[in-house]
Design a protein around this ligand. Sequence first.
Ligand SMILES: [Zn+2]
Length: 262
Amino acid sequence: MSGRSAAAADLRVYALDTGLIQCADYALYSPAAPPGTYAEMSVRSYLVVHRDGLLLWDTGIADSIAEQPDGERLNQTHVFRVPVTLRAQLEAIGHAPADVGLLGLSHLHIDHVGNLDLFPGATALMQQAEYDAAFGPDAEELTYIPEAYAALDRNRIQKVAGGHDVFGDGAVVTVPLPGHTPGHQGLLVALPETGRVLLAGDLAYSVADYTAGAVRRLNVDLDASRESIEAARALEASGVEIWLHHDIDAQREIETAPGYYG
Ligand SMILES: [Zn+2]
């Protein structure tokens, strides 16, 4: 073995609470839910602190919604709320948005790209397939709202295909998990104390659906979704913890900043 370890000794992950989704029809997300079921979904972003730089994984729901006491109603079935802004959470742990050099994006849905305008100097890392779909002619058909990521500087996008070793030491690696969107991805972080954690994005909306292999019907590719769940399960079987950020009950067990996982 060389001296390089896959778990960098000073690596840490902060879970940031980047909003709450109140949904009047959870059947849109979970095949197990009867139509018209009310549910709340958590939203998380993650600050990965590596000796070579800061990576923010997803940017959550827009901070501007924090100014609306009743949240923002998107449509008949969805209200977005932001109890604490992303900016305030970063500042509370000693980081300004300008310190973030790299934005890792699981995918380009509105609850994952809400604060891109806070990071004009950052490079956004996404799967090539996500870029092609979200900026292609069929974006709306593929469930994107292009205005949601209009703030992305197209000259500052790093497109990767499949697993990409972000810092070159094996500690932070992208994991393609397509299906929810064409280029949906997770991030595998090898923490020195906590062990390996997969930030699994919207692989499934609940631990129950993930465990049952129940795929959301509105995903763009149901077969790919099933295969992505299988891929995550294979990682879990090898000792990886799977973090499903929209599962509000599961998230109560995961400490948010200023606490962190090292
Ligand atoms: Zn989402």
